[in-house]
Design a protein. Structure first.
Length: 190
């Protein structure tokens, strides 16, 4: 009887399990996170206002000034307002200058003022004109003066060159006594 009970119990267990061996239950693979995309940062917005300075010295002229105006010096601040297209390229530019001159003889008369294209130690062509009325000089009757001019148009290609390599450009002011230039300073981004 015991054998009969044992067989009946075994039959019940097998019936409940489906009789034959069942494959192991499968579970869904663990969820994977969506692929991550590196965060992209927008390119910096190109500047629309830039400022450069120039330490104006008579000894920076090529050749250096050797006459009585060699005592003169100054400081120039040149600011540029740029217009750019959607890609960041310069489409228009305007310049302004603030110049302070000191230490000149009281007879000095400033005739012209420009930005020229050449590195230190060399002379180059005019690229931006600030004081272009030579017949109307700025007289330094106290040996000093300030000069300010705004809204000077700058060629976009020249503006890009100044941004790329400011040391290849210089501010130069000319006098009656020194028509080739009396004080000069290379541009430095400031």
């Amino acid at each position: 009887m015991r054998a009969l009970t044992f067989m009946a119990s075994a039959a019940l267990v097998l019936g409940a399990c489906g009789g034959a061996a069942q494959p192991a239950a499968t579970t869904a693979p663990p969820a994977t996170a969506a692929p991550t995309v590196a965060a992209t940062t927008a390119a910096p917005t190109p500047a629309t206002k830039l400022t450069f300075t120039a330490d104006m010295r008579s000894e920076n002229e090529v050749p250096p000034i050797a006459n009585e105006e060699k005592s003169g010096s100054g400081k120039a601040t040149v600011a540029f307002d740029l217009t750019r297209d959607g890609a960041g390229a310069i489409t228009a530019a305007k310049a302004s200058i603030d110049l302070t001159l000191t230490g000149f003889p009281v007879t000095t008369a400033i005739t012209l003022g420009h930005i020229h294209n050449a590195p230190a130690g060399a002379n180059g062509g005019v690229k931006v004109g600030f004081k272009t009325d030579a017949a109307n000089p700025l007289n330094l009757t106290t040996g000093a003066a300030t000069f300010t001019k705004a809204d000077v148009t700058v060629d976009p290609a020249v503006m890009q060159q100044i941004i790329d390599k400011p040391a290849d450009f210089y501010v130069n002011f000319h006098s009656v006594l020194n028509p080739g230039g009396v004080v000069r300073g290379q541009l430095v981004k400031g």
